[in-house]
Design a protein around this ligand. Structure first.
Ligand code: SAM
Length: 482
């Protein structure tokens, strides 16, 4: 029986409820009146406390996803963009993954790190190597990382992850610093989540892979990850351990996307119902080619149009949740979905263990790569491209460092307050990037963009202060934030 407040995976991701939702969506996919009503409900509204959005239930959002009418789909895209602009403006937050270890005891059938893959080298960074990787990432201009590791209690115990986080935060190379470490490691215990929280992590990210229990068990035939309930209930344990920013995701291609979409939104409803705060981010990875993995062996691959529609529908359904897209996707695909609600992208990524240090921007090691990277541009190129498209690349990490996490972040976001400090913070961190890491042509575009954007800060005092801070950055000072 569907109960978003239940702490049992099979009850808050209720299979029967998903099937009924899909049936309801199918029956109503041509119900123009209902679809117009749903779109109307989801529109941003101005109130005394700023702009607000109501979001949608998994059922309502599933009707939008099922709709095939090109005119209505166009309306969805326009609304998704409107919502994104209302809460995230034209800023895009930048990050990079850092692979610590590919030792893994699981047997995820889509992942080349699976335990039975005997021909890939297994590698785990030493602390010295972590430091080298971090220096290389800082030299590119990164301030925010997502650390990645396989699951292996012997080779990658929590103590190893904690030690790596400590090393990452301790490195200050030239003007570089990693100011936020997000963590993408296997489901673990409340006690371990508490340790991660104490280590100062940003978001805890864990992809569900699939919400379909039966498929989940087949796709994870052995190892600790086989346990569907333990995996699905991980975010509740993370929140019990004090982590209030959690990131959800589905690996699209494994199961029917409509099923996954409903499950994902039910998971978000569950977090909101139980913990009073929804997911901080949602990621939308698609299965990619990798060492012994051929994506065409999975029956449920989705084309770019469907992918775009999923992203727009997520944006409309959970308006305050950040949405992440990685370099799994090509430049063209990323370009398209940026306008539909994506708020965070990676740049200059390497998905292998030790893939950054010692390699030039056009050289990449493949031996321990987790998946093929489609967008192979350098961070400088991605930053320049974003600015040419009219976005502000942001290296901001201020919210989490100012304690604006969990429901504090959400309530600020909900009444539009985030917008008052995010915009100048984005400009200041972009200025740092331009001063320290950008090529001349990127710098030229960036300086003009900053000058134009500064004028748009409505609050005069903030505008004056931000202008002053940006001058200070030019003079060599760093790390200002509102
Ligand atoms: N090992 C951790 C776990 O099991 O959750 C997390 C880290 S894993 C390095 C990060 C994510 O990469 C996985 O959750 C999965 O969704 C994704 N992934 C694995 N194989 C992939 C592939 N062939 N193509 C695209 N993404 C893949």
């Amino acid at each position: 029986m569907y109960d978003p407040k239940s702490l049992k995976a099979e009850e808050f991701i209720d299979h029967a409820e998903i099937l009924e939702t899909l049936e309801y969506a199918e029956q109503n996919k041509n119900n123009k009146e209902l679809i117009e009503q749903i779109l109307e409900k989801a529109k941003p509204r101005k109130t005394a406390n700023g702009t607000v959005c109501s979001g949608l239930t998994h059922r309502e959002a599933s009707v939008l996803l099922a709709c095939e009418d090109p005119e209505l789909i166009e309306k969805m895209y326009t609304l998704a963009e409107e919502i994104k602009l209302a809460f995230y403006g034209n800023r895009i937050v930048m990050f990079a993954p850092l692979y610590l270890s590919n030792y893994c005891v699981n047997q995820c059938v889509y992942c080349p790190y699976h335990h039975q893959n005997k021909h890939i080298p297994r590698k785990k960074l030493t602390q010295e190597e972590v430091a080298q990787e971090v220096i290389a990432l800082q030299d590119m201009g990164h301030k925010r990382l997502a650390i990645e590791a396989g699951e292996d209690p012997v080779n990658n115990p929590i103590e190893y992850i904690l030690e790596c986080i400590k090393t990452i935060y301790s490195i200050k190379h030239k003007n570089g610093a990693i100011r936020r470490v997000n963590v993408n490691i296997a489901a673990t215990t409340v006690e371990n989540y508490r340790k991660l929280k104490e280590a100062g992590i940003g978001t805890y990210i864990l992809f569900q892979e699939t919400y379909h229990k039966e498929s989940y068990e087949k796709l994870h035939p052995a190892g600790p990850k086989h346990n569907y309930a333990y995996h699905t209930e991980a975010m509740d344990r993370a929140m019990d351990g004090g982590i209030d920013d959690v990131g959800l995701g589905v690996l699209f291609g494994l199961e029917l996307y409509k099923y996954e979409f409903a499950g994902l939104l039910m998971h978000a409803e569950h977090l909101e119902a139980v913990h009073g705060v929804g997911p901080h981010t949602i990621s939308v990875p698609r299965v990619k080619r990798a060492d012994d993995i051929d994506p065409s062996t999975f029956d449920n691959g989705i084309d770019d149009d469907t992918f775009a529609k999923i992203i727009a529908c997520i944006r409309i359904a959970v308006p305050y949740t950040g949405m992440i897209i990685s370099t799994r996707e090509s430049e063209a695909c990323r370009n398209r979905v940026l306008g539909l609600g994506i708020s965070q992208i990676s740049g200059g990524s390497r998905t292998s263990v030790g893939g950054y240090a010692g390699y030039s921007s056009d050289e990449r090691p493949h031996d321990t790569e987790q998946f093929d990277v489609s967008d192979q541009r350098s961070l400088n190129e991605v930053v320049k491209w974003l600015m040419e498209l009219g976005y502000i690349p942001s290296f901001c990490t201020a919210c989490y460092r100012e304690g604006r996490t969990g429901d504090r972040f959400m309530s600020l976001c909900k009444n539009g307050q985030i917008l008052n400090c995010c915009h100048p913070n984005a400009l200041m961190t972009l200025k740092e990037f331009l001063e320290d890491y950008a090529t001349e042509d990127t710098k030229e575009i960036g300086e003009k963009l900053i000058a134009d954007e500064l004028k748009k800060i409505p609050n005069e005092k903030v505008q004056k202060l931000a202008t002053e801070y940006i001058e200070n950055i030019h003079e060599g000072k760093r790390d200002f934030r509102f």
